[in-house]
Design a protein around this ligand. Structure first.
Ligand code: NAP
Ligand code: ZN
Ligand code: ZN
Length: 351
């Protein structure tokens, strides 16, 4: 298949910095949309993947799955989008479209789902490459429409940080009588607070950092509990209907399970791997509590969220950076030194 060379930023090894490289984008098939990328958010998953934290990375990697841009060209059968439309691409660019999960709009749980980066591009027989690049070519079924009343940089993180927290909020039916807690105030955590607040829930943040209390309240949290304050953790026993845990590394879930109400659920979205220390089942049994996981969200649910954000004027709090600052941004993200999401202005790649 014919391809076009495109400028991108990526890495060829787990311990190497990201640097400028050239990748190939496929020629448009009949159903494809070519997007000029304006902004791309920086997710902690980008860092995990670039550094092979999950042991499954194939190099080279071009991260980025919070993509906002405009339609540059469309294939001959494209009906939903026209040149110039403001569009977005999140974490998924394809799936089998026939399995039970696909039929239920749960493409993220399709056994053959294709990630925006690090997935398998059947057209080119290579890895897919993400949004730290000038353009991307995506089947129109995996392209999303962006409300035009929102800040374009601020909307980018909705495509991953937003949908990853929205999907559990919706699945566990969060509404105005719900008591929701969020563990960790980073990219996912700050979107979780904004979205749970917009759904009318009472929202509490668990954080390691006293310095984030004021910010959390400004974002919509009703209360903040410092997770190292054992007395405060004990006072919160039996409180929450849903806890969304966004912490990226192994940590003790047991103190959070204790703060769930009867029938409550702690949903892990942050950490992938074995728990250390292990879960103690007694409090779960005594209170019919659940510990669950959740992966991003489907295409229809992501569009639902973008439309919700348009209606409620919700965007992410972002620090816009040029792509040349990406390695420093990764180090700062590891230190939780960002309020609360880096977004790359991809026009900096043309410099
Ligand atoms: P982030 O911006 O770096 O935020 C993580 C937050 O976790 C920090 O701000 C910090 O908040 C807290 N934290 C607690 N212990 C930490 C530690 N040892 N090191 C760093 N942070 C710690 O990350 P993110 O982009 O929100 O992503 C969070 C995790 O979700 C990542 O592991 C990412 O891969 C994963 N993720 C999963 C999905 C999914 O579909 N399930 C989708 C996207 C991302 P405090 O300072 O308030 O404690
Ligand atoms: Zn992500
Ligand atoms: Zn499928």
């Amino acid at each position: 298949m014919k391809t076009s060379p495109v400028k991108a930023y990526g890495t060829k090894a787990p311990d190497a910095d990201l640097q400028q490289m050239e990748i190939s984008r496929r020629e448009l098939t009949a159903g494809d949309v070519e997007i000029d990328i304006h902004y791309c958010g920086v997710c902690h998953s980008d860092l995990h993947f670039a550094r092979n934290d999950w042991g499954m990375t194939q190099y080279p990697v071009v991260p980025g799955h919070e993509i906002v841009g405009t339609v540059k060209r469309v294939g001959e059968d494209v009906t939903r989008y026209s040149v110039g439309d403001l569009v977005a691409v999140g974490c998924l660019v394809d799936s089998c479209r026939t399995c039970d999960n696909c039929k239920k709009d749960l493409e993220q749980y399709c056994p053959e789902w294709v990630g925006t980066y690090g997935g398998y591009d059947k057209h080119l027989d290579t890895n897919t490459h993400g949004g730290y690049s000038e353009t991307i070519v995506v089947d129109e079924a995996f392209v999303l429409r962006v409300p035009d009343n929102l800040d374009k940089a601020g909307i980018a993180p909705v495509l991953c940080a937003g949908i990853t927290t929205w999907s559990p909020l919706r699945h566990w039916n969060v509404g105005k009588d719900s008591k929701v807690a969020v563990v960790g105030l980073g990219g996912l955590g700050h979107m979780a607070i904004k979205l749970a607040d917009a759904l009318g829930a009472h929202v509490t943040l668990f954080s390691r950092s006293k310095s984030k209390i004021e910010d959390a309240k400004a974002l919509g949290a009703d209360a903040v509990i410092i997770s190292t304050d054992e007395a405060a953790m004990e006072r919160a026993a039996g409180t929450f209907d849903l806890i969304i845990d966004t912490v990226p590394y192994a940590h003790d879930l047991n103190p959070y399970v204790a703060t769930l109400n009867t029938n409550g659920t702690l949903v892990v979205v942050g950490y992938l791997g074995p728990l250390d220390p292990m879960l103690v089942t007694v409090p779960m049994i005594m209170g019919r509590k659940s510990v669950a996981g959740s992966l991003i969200g489907g295409i229809a649910e992501t569009q639902e969220l973008l439309d919700f954000c348009g209606k409620h004027n919700i965007t992410s709090d972002v620090e816009v950076i040029p792509i040349q600052d990406i390695n420093a941004a990764y180090e700062r993200m590891l230190q939780s030194d960002v309020k609360y999401r880096f977004v790359i202005d991809m026009r900096s790649l043309k410099q």
